[in-house]
Design a protein around this ligand. Sequence first.
Ligand SMILES: NC(=O)c1ccc[n+]([C@@H]2O[C@H](COP(=O)([O-])OP(=O)(O)OC[C@H]3O[C@@H](n4cnc5c(N)ncnc54)[C@H](O)[C@@H]3O)[C@@H](O)[C@H]2O)c1
Ligand SMILES: [Zn+2]
Length: 311
Amino acid sequence: VHCYPILALYLPAHQVITLPAGESAKTLDTCQTIWHEMTRMGMDRRGVVLNLGGGVIGDMGGFAAATFKRGIDFVQVPTTLLAQVDASVGGKLGIDFMGYKNHIGVFREPVAVAMYPGFLKTLPPRELRSGFAEVIKHYLIADAPGWVGLQAFTSFESLDFEAVVAHSVEIKSRIVAADPYESGLRKALNFGHTLGHAIESYYLETPEPLLHGEAIAIGMVAEAWLAVRLGLLEQAEAEAIRAFVARVYDPVTIPESAFFNLYFRTLQDKKNHGSHVRYALIGGVGTPVLDQEADRDLVFEALRFYAGTMS
Ligand SMILES: NC(=O)c1ccc[n+]([C@@H]2O[C@H](COP(=O)([O-])OP(=O)(O)OC[C@H]3O[C@@H](n4cnc5c(N)ncnc54)[C@H](O)[C@@H]3O)[C@@H](O)[C@H]2O)c1
Ligand SMILES: [Zn+2]
């Protein structure tokens, strides 16, 4: 609604498929609608799909294109901060299935990604904050001097989104190019995500769900504490991460009674081998340290560190 009129002026002859918004539409059913429409339009292998929207549209539209007639070209035009700094980079496409996120999918690169910071003007502030967590993550795993500079952040109104998006895309692209299929370095992008996903899925079952990035921000603070206790990170650095997150995000009260539930959810994480939970942490800001293990007591401590009741 907001973005198409801006883009339409620049497009050659095309047809539009409009889809319902939100994660709940990221399904095989919606893919069927897309394939049905593409077929009805008489699209052949020379056709190009342009995915205009957030990460849901990018992942699902890309997947629909990558499987239509064994794969046709597609272009990503991400319109949320999360999609610009994260989802549109790295070639992961897919849909949710039987309640599992991104359960069915493929790796395939778009022929182009077009970024326009102006799209972000209509994005609700909460969605902006959510995407910003991945921006913070990119600084923490790959750019120590940049992290120091980021401390000057005051508000989204005064943030240079063009620069911020370019910075994140550069870092994620570099990591993905070095390890496209996540056998090593790409795991660094999971910093904050093991505990973050547990928190996200826990709150999804409450009346006040968190957006992905809101949960990841908490996950990064808690996992910073794991890094401290594993001797990887200075305590002052973890405290600086916690302080920065507290400036951007509203505090979330995680009751102690939820700690075991959260710990249990980390055991379900799809990145685990066997029964061990593997964390992607940082060994100092800017340096990823992969495949770290933490026991239950340490996870509880980390959640208390986020709450401010530990150190
Ligand atoms: N492929 C990957 O590597 C990767 C990485 C991260 C996340 N993802 C996926 O991305 C999805 C989340 O993406 P998201 O946060 O963009 O959510 P989303 O696509 O659901 O978009 C969020 C909301 O913002 C609306 N919206 C989009 N652009 C807008 C604009 N410019 N102005 C106003 N409203 C706008 C959407 O209609 C939607 O309601 C998840 O499904 C996640 O799995 C994929
Ligand atoms: Zn994420």
